[in-house]
Design a protein around this ligand. Structure first.
Ligand code: MP5
Length: 209
């Protein structure tokens, strides 16, 4: 059976309502300096988590199918996104990226890595990758145009760009083009969305700095 991504998105309206826009994003628009905890957390998410997660997924992708796409996307993260964190950290007056991340970030990353290694390619990692990228696209698209602060413009122009949108749509096609079980996909999709919400909630919470 084909996985229906619109249905997955529609079933999680309660989650989107809580983070598009997320109260933390609203705070950031008013005070871009409050983005500092995000820089640390997302740097760890991407550097220590997403890159390895995508490599693990690529290692299980059928060679005639999505291998090249996943490898290119992983390369883009390592070469384009990691420098963004360094640049933004500097522009916000220096964020110590060596500090340990919150347990929300640590558990989100281990959830993704568990999926990539323990479930089969479709049901696990591909659905989760689509969910986290789709969620991020929505979050940053909301912010786009709401502030002229150079750091916010820099970040929203990356995660809500046309290129990023095309990448998310390509992930959607990848998920829809595979044979999958909608119920399992729905479980993975929902858990990923809830982790995404937890990530944003924790930026407002006591576990970060
Ligand atoms: C993404 C991210 C987007 N950077 N951080 C979180 C918490 N969720 C999603 O992923 P990518 O691979 O950086 O575009």
């Amino acid at each position: 059976m084909r996985v229906d991504t619109e249905r997955l998105i529609g079933e999680n309206r309660d989650v989107w309502a809580r983070f598009v826009p997320h109260p933390y994003m609203v705070k950031v628009v008013g005070d871009p300096g409050s983005l500092r905890p995000w820089v640390l957390e997302d740097y760890h998410f991407v550097r220590g988590g997403a890159i390895r997660f995508m490599l693990a997924l690529a290692s299980r992708a059928p060679p005639e199918g999505h291998l090249d796409f996943l490898l290119e996307s992983t390369h883009r993260l390592a070469t384009m996104e990691v420098p963004i964190f360094l640049e933004v950290s500097r522009d916000l007056g220096g964020v110590d990226l060596g500090r340990e991340p919150s347990m929300a970030t640590v558990s989100y990353v281990s959830f993704l890595n568990h999926l990539a290694t323990s479930m089969d390619f479709v049901y696990g990692g591909a659905v989760a990758l689509f969910a986290e990228e789709w969620a991020y696209y929505q979050a940053w698209k909301w912010l786009s145009g709401k502030s002229q602060h150079p750091v916010l413009v820099r970040l929203s122009s990356h995660w809500s760009s046309r290129e990023f949108c095309e990448y998310v749509e390509r992930l959607r096609e990848m998920v829809e083009g595979m044979q999958g079980d909608q119920k399992t996909a729905a479980g993975v999709f929902r858990e990923t969305c809830r982790f995404e919400l937890l990530f944003w909630d924790s930026l407002n919470g006591p576990d970060t700095h």
